[in-house]
Write a protein that binds this ligand. Structure first.
Ligand SMILES: Nc1ncnc2c1ncn2[C@@H]1O[C@H](COP(=O)(O)OP(=O)(O)OP(=O)(O)O)[C@@H](O)[C@H]1O
Ligand SMILES: [Mg+2]
Length: 367
């Protein structure tokens, strides 16, 4: 393993502590030839973040970090606490307990500094419905401190990115749901922030626009830390490098989409079609293969029998099963390995927690 020594200096010429400035650390390799490495550190840090509304515990001690280059998906049922968590990170809602830090700055200590580094797309339609998108974006860009040709350039760029040209002069309140959402997205990115908090960014968009916005998020991801909430599980696979599952205000799972899918009962199940009328022989052979938990006969189709061969947890059974079948001269005509569906994992995780007390405030909240 390559050994690294940590150093807290920033990029050349910067004298502020790394965490409060760039969120980056630099490390020196012991190997003189390879020199300095940049080590990714968290741009967003949540530490036991909690929010109570009276007796209701909406967010219950969430801790996580998000680094530059990451797109973190927030998954969870309605009322899970996703939007409330996002509002706290964006500085629009004060936590009851715990902390949210953005670029090393505590949101409660300096919400203005945090807001300048963040782009936030709240749920629902943008406020100022009587303004046109052109006026609204001009207003937002002005608040963000841009004027003259720079302001014009920023607005032109974002209008093109989010495809708003056709509705620029129509009052926002008269726009269709999808266009309202796109105006909201435009205001969130007009200042090209390092951190993006996007609450259901593709909600209400048509399939083409969903695709376009997902591409946009991926394009922006390399230079930013992004949190996206969504109910569309295919969106998690399409744009997120990592996802957390939240229910009753608690973080229940955290991993890459692949790691989450590996929790599916169908993960690594092997589906096989074989040209044999001897269902019994197939089942007896497959079940004896190393790592196999069970065999289901699915259907008989066009002279072939299709089976689902289930693995024991964590086992990869393709090779042992195909070898066992070869030995008894059963020819495999079709074979694919199921990755497992994210919806199954989502249901499994979020329904297992339904008995958890969601409305008991902690003593700390009343302090
Ligand atoms: N201002 C508020 N006052 C009282 N309760 C609130 C307030 N805001 C949110 N809640 C409650 O907090 C809980 C979490 O709501 P939140 O909007 O964060 O859920 P969500 O995960 O975003 O759900 P959805 O998927 O429906 O958007 C819900 O029970 C909600 O009713
Ligand atoms: Mg929400």
């Amino acid at each position: 393993m390559r050994s690294l020594s940590l150093d807290t200096r920033c990029t050349a010429g910067m004298s502020m502590p790394a965490r409060a400035n760039t969120g980056e650390f630099w490390a020196k390799s012991n190997n003189e030839k390879t020199g300095w490495f940049r080590i990714m550190t968290a741009m967003i840090e949540l530490e036991n973040l909690s929010k109570h509304f009276g007796e209701l515990v909406a967010v219950d001690g969430i801790s996580l970090n998000v680094s530059k280059g990451e797109v973190l998906g927030f998954l969870g049922p309605n009322g899970a606490g996703k939007s409330t968590t996002m509002k706290m990170i964006a500085g629009f809602l004060e936590p009851t307990a715990g902390a949210a830090r953005v670029g090393g700055i505590d949101v409660t200590d300096d919400p203005v500094a945090v807001k300048s580094r963040i782009g936030y797309l709240p749920e629902g339609a943008p406020t100022y419905g009587d303004m046109t998108p052109r006026r609204f974006l001009d207003f937002i860009a002005e608040i963000r401190g841009f004027d003259g040709s720079e302001r014009k350039h920023r607005i032109d760029e974002v209008v093109e990115k989010v495809i708003l040209q056709s509705v620029l002069d129509q009052p926002i309140e008269t726009l269709s749901k999808g266009f309202k959402r796109r105006v909201g997205l435009a205001q969130a990115i007009v200042h090209d922030p390092e951190i993006l908090i996007l609450d259901e960014p593709t909600d209400g968009l048509d399939p083409n626009q969903k695709h376009h916005v997902r591409e946009l998020i991926q394009e922006m991801a390399t230079e930013k830390a992004i949190i996206v909430s969504t109910h569309i599980l295919e969106e998690v696979e399409a744009v997120c490098s990592r996802a957390v599952v939240i229910a009753h205000g608690r973080l229940l799972a955290d991993g890459t989409p692949e790691e989450l899918m590996a929790m599916s009962p169908n993960h690594n199940t092997v589906v096989m079609s074989v040209a044999t009328d001897d269902v019994q022989k197939f089942a007896e052979t497959a079940i004896r293969a190393d790592g196999v938990k069970g065999v289901d006969h699915m259907e008989k189709l066009d002279g072939m029998d299709r089976f689902r061969v289930l693995p024991m947890p964590g086992r990869n059974i393709v090779q042992p099963v195909t070898e066992a079948l070869r030995e008894v001269r059963i020819e495999v005509r079709e074979l694919y390995v199921e990755r497992g569906a994210l919806d199954d994992v989502f249901r499994q995780i979020t329904t297992a927690d339904t008995k958890a007390p969601a409305t008991q405030p902690k003593e700390a909240a009343n302090a």
